[in-house]
Design a protein around this ligand. Structure first.
Ligand code: FAD
Length: 366
């Protein structure tokens, strides 16, 4: 691993690969052995292989049931069967992409901390297998997604529950719950998809904090409005909201069928957990064997804590992809760019701004 690079990209999901693609287009070369004078980059990724979080999505999330995956920049996705598992198709596509473009992703390499050095560099401290080290960078593009940071809300009595509790991130297949009584918690897309799936083999009970907002369709203007609302939040230093909390849920054909079967009969969120079930606001105990928490994810940014980026609003104040006032740090796949199309654009935007920043360093007063 080289000891320095102009740009370190942390994470090689869609966002990190988009940044790497645009760095290559702007003439950057992989650090370590680059001819003098060339601008350099490294990409560090914690996974064992390509694919980002798609490596871990549940098997039944098929290419026909994802919402629509944008191609990585420059190379189209291969034609695949709609029933193929996204956890197979997308890692294979990402792997081919990395190889074809020679992106030189280092794995498995987890960044533990990023610190400011006295000389103006950022020190990226990494660990991987039995190795560890530091890369000194002029700028970083953070593209670490959310999958490694599942959010579990706290409810009284949670630790007394005798059944199984799991999060979306732990879900593998519906058959694991055959014949059980399952509380499905959450009002997002993952919640309703897993509710529908589990309801075929188990008795389900759906709990959400708010009455879900259903819509029959969703066009590009709705998408643009949702992204603009999340962008507005992060520009004011507030934590990003999930896009679904802004857009509402789409009635897909399978959800219409689930609705007709009575599966989408939503209950207000339970107030406490007992060893054998959950207690509803009217005090009734609903016996359940499993609680499936589809309560979302948070941005995986713990390694940036030494930079003290969070402000009093609880979030990081953003200026596009750049952390406001910190031209060396870009966050992509974050907030308004937490989608495949958003990640593509954010990778491009971050690289454009970093190039301008590096130019300003080399052309500034001596
Ligand atoms: P990821 O794919 O999570 O990649 C982040 C990478 O960073 C990972 O490889 C991870 O190992 C690595 N990493 C994390 N921490 C570190 C660290 N400290 N050091 C080094 N590496 C690290 N979007 C759509 O547009 N269409 C969809 O249909 C769609 N479906 C989705 C379904 C689910 C269940 C979920 C959760 C999300 C979905 N999204 C969808 C969102 C979309 O997957 C992401 O926003 C998009 O792929 C961008 O991902 P990313 O690159 O930011 O993150």
């Amino acid at each position: 691993m080289p000891g320095e690079a102009d740009v370190v990209v942390i994470g090689a999901g869609q966002a990190g690969l988009s940044a790497a693609y645009h760095l290559r287009r702007r003439g950057f070369v992989p650090a370590g052995g680059a001819p003098t004078g060339e601008r350099t980059y490294v990409v560090l990724d914690a996974e064992e292989g390509p694919g980002g979080a798609w490596r871990h999505r549940w098997r039944s999330l098929r290419m026909s049931t994802v919402n629509g995956i944008h191609d990585l920049p420059g190379i189209e996705q291969p034609d695949v069967e709609p029933e193929a598992a996204s956890a197979d198709v997308l890692p294979a596509y990402f792997g081919d992409y990395e190889r074809e473009l020679g992106l030189a992703v280092a794995r498995p390499v987890r960044v533990r901390r990023v610190e400011r050095a006295d000389d103006g560099d950022l020190l990226v401290r990494w660990e991987g297998g039995d190795r560890s080290g530091t890369v000194a960078a002029r700028a970083i593009v953070n593209a670490t997604g959310t999958w490694s940071k599942p959010f579990w809300p706290a409810y009284p009595g949670q630790e007394t529950f005798r059944g199984r509790q799991l999060h979306t991130a732990d879900y593998v297949r519906a058959e694991d719950f055959a014949g059980r009584r399952v509380a499905v918690v959450g009002g997002g897309i993952s919640a309703v998809q897993l509710l529908e799936e589990v309801s075929h083999v188990a008795q389900t009970f759906w709990f959400t904090r708010r009455e879900p907002v259903w819509r029959d369709s969703f066009d590009s203007q709705d998408g643009a409005d949702a992204v603009a609302m999340v962008a507005d939040r992060v520009s004011r230093g507030l934590p990003p909201q999930s896009i679904v909390s802004v857009t509402g849920l789409i009635r897909t054909p399978s959800l219409r069928t689930a609705e007709a079967r009575g599966v989408l009969d939503r209950r207000p969120m339970f107030t406490r957990i007992e060893p054998d079930g959950v207690v509803t606001p009217d005090g009734a105990l609903v016996p359940v064997d499993v609680i499936l928490w589809n309560t979302g994810f948070r941005a995986a940014l713990d390694h940036l804590r030494p930079l003290h980026l969070r402000g009093s609003g609880g979030g990081i104040r953003m200026d596009g992809t750049q952390v406001e006032g910190e031209p060396r740090v870009h966050l992509i796949g974050y907030g308004p760019s937490a989608s495949t199309v958003g990640a593509n654009r954010a990778g491009r935007d971050a690289v454009n701004r970093i190039v301008r920043y590096l130019d300003s360093l080399s052309w500034g007063p001596a």
